[in-house]
Design a binder for this molecule. Structure first.
Ligand SMILES: NC(=O)c1ccc[n+]([C@@H]2O[C@H](COP(=O)([O-])OP(=O)(O)OC[C@H]3O[C@@H](n4cnc5c(N)ncnc54)[C@H](O)[C@@H]3O)[C@@H](O)[C@H]2O)c1
Length: 470
């Protein structure tokens, strides 16, 4: 029997919420009252960037920690619809609101900076975070189907935004996010941290400066599905206590609860994400865009080559294995294919190749790996010039630091909303071409398929109920 969920209609609409949000004080959720930064001098604790983190799962808790380790940041509020449960990416991982709160409290308690630790507010309704006028920044670390609605609401409420990759669920979502961020003059950093990696920068600089000759082909490698889902005939499960399932579904279609629909494994259901094409594609194709110098545009043609799908009726419905190709206006061919074990991007030119994978660069000829760029070579931005000795993993911290610096300077971060949108667009084009099983012409200026109404209809999906207008 089909299990129904409480209607989201019982929640205030986005518009009525925003109207009342201006009047919501920080005390609306239990927690510290922090005076806006502008009231104090530059070195006062209240001059710190105040952050609310939405989504405390596989990536959310580490993202929260990356924010907290900056002395000029105070995480003041946390949100998750899941109070706590076992079984995220790692089946034994315990995550959600309470584990996130515990980690944050322990961190701040251990720092013992006088006057700093005042407690952190916790809620299951992100609108309470977005409605607080003492919060400068929201980090959106929820499944992809929430990114657009939350980003748009946060931008309208005047927040700067760190939004995880893939930036959008659909091309239309991405366009709406760009429009909202620009209209409200917000800073948005996409959580595509590999752009902040020194070796990615070097690989892309080799390509951009012709060290591999003329760029001909880019191979973006994405991993195979790393999780299995229930097959045809799967049965709904009761919603666990402490899990606000209607608020997890949000803008997505109503659907019966199953644990494998939700935490971590949402990746493999097209209602919430796009499989490894969007999950790892958002990294591998982002590097492709960077090396090709096409970060603000996209290919002109896309074609599904092959895809293996789960049996009809399975809970997972994203491709188990896929390959698609695309072509840019400059003639460069892009091939995106499933290949274990992880992800990587390889640029092939007329005189050699360079590949970034698992944190390191390989080249042909090998000597390219130790090339010293010339003074007049084109350089890509260094996100954290203060870091002179980098340990593995520091690039992610630098990506967050780059965002925080831009929140202060109002300059553009390394992966602004347009760049994240264009990378996510290629992932979506690939998924659409695979489902349409044909070659499609894409107009990257109009952001439309050329003469293909069926494919164009797949560029947008209605957001359910009150989230439709976001
Ligand atoms: N940059 C990276 O390398 C990287 C790595 C992993 C995940 N991600 C991205 O981060 C996002 C989250 O992925 P994950 O693996 O952490 O997922 P996850 O399922 O492990 O965690 C997501 C959390 O968001 C919560 N959530 C869902 N709806 C919510 C809502 N309305 N309000 C508040 N909380 C809500 C869930 O309960 C869950 O705890 C995805 O977009 C994913 O692509 C990025």
């Amino acid at each position: 029997m089909r299990q129904t969920t409480t209607s989201i209609k019982s929640l205030p609409s986005r518009r009525s919420f925003l109207k009342s949000a201006a009047g919501v004080s920080a005390t609306a959720i239990a927690g510290p009252v922090i005076v806006p930064r502008s009231v104090f001098g530059a070195n006062a604790p209240s001059n710190r960037i105040t952050v609310g983190v939405i989504g405390l799962g596989t990536r959310g808790i580490p993202d929260m920690q990356l924010f907290m380790q900056n002395d000029d940041v105070q995480v003041v509020a946390l949100c998750d619809v899941n109070r706590s449960s076992k079984g995220y990416r790692d089946e034994n991982a315990v995550m959600g609101l309470e584990p996130g709160l515990q980690a944050a409290n322990e961190y701040y308690a251990s720092r013992k900076r006088s006057g700093e630790f005042q407690g952190i507010a916790a809620t299951s309704d992100f609108r309470e975070i977005i409605g607080r006028d003492d919060i400068d920044v929201v980090a959106i670390v929820t499944p992809d189907h929430w990114h657009a609605a939350m980003t748009i609401m946060a931008a309208e409420a005047g927040k700067d935004i760190f939004c995880q990759k893939p930036l959008s669920l659909t091309v239309q979502d991405g366009k709406d996010m760009v429009a909202a961020v620009r209209k409200h003059q917000r800073i948005l950093q996409t959580g595509s941290q590999w752009r902040s990696h020194a070796r990615v920068r070097f690989a892309c600089e080799l390509v951009r400066n012709g060290y591999i000759g003329e760029l001909q082909t880019i191979r973006a490698l994405i991993a195979l599905n790393n999780k299995q889902g229930p097959g045809p005939g799967w049965k709904p499960m009761p919603v666990p206590a402490g899990f606000d399932y209607p608020m997890w579904l949000g803008p997505a279609p109503d659907a019966p609860y199953h644990k494998d629909r939700c935490i971590y494994k949402f990746r493999f259901n097209l209602d919430y994400s796009g499989g490894q094409i969007t999950n790892f594609g958002a990294h591998a194709l982002d590097i492709a865009q960077c090396g090709n110098g096409t970060s603000l545009t996209g290919p002109v043609e896309v074609e599904g080559i092959e895809a293996e799908w789960p049996p009809a009726g399975s809970l997972f419905n994203t491709a188990l294995r896929a390959e698609f190709r695309a072509r840019y206006a400059n003639g460069v061919e892009l091939i995106c294919a499933s290949e274990p074990p992880y992800f990587g991007t390889r640029f092939e030119g007329s005189e050699g190749w360079v590949e970034f994978s698992q944190g390191s660069v390989k080249t042909y000829p090998e000597s390219l790996a130790s090339v010293e760029l010339k003074a007049n070579d084109q350089r890509l931005p260094v996100v954290n010039p203060l870091r002179t000795v980098a340990k593995p993993g520091d690039f992610y911290a630098d990506h967050v630091r780059n965002f925080l610096d831009c929140v202060k300077s109002r300059e553009e971060p390394i992966e602004p909303v347009e760049v994240g949108h264009r990378t996510a667009t290629i992932c979506h084009l690939g998924n659409i071409a695979l489902q349409q099983e044909k070659r499609l012409d894409w107009d990257p200026v109009a952001e439309q398929f050329v003469n293909d109404d069926g494919a164009n209809r797949m560029l947008a999906r209605p957001r359910r109920s009150d989230w439709n207008s976001a």
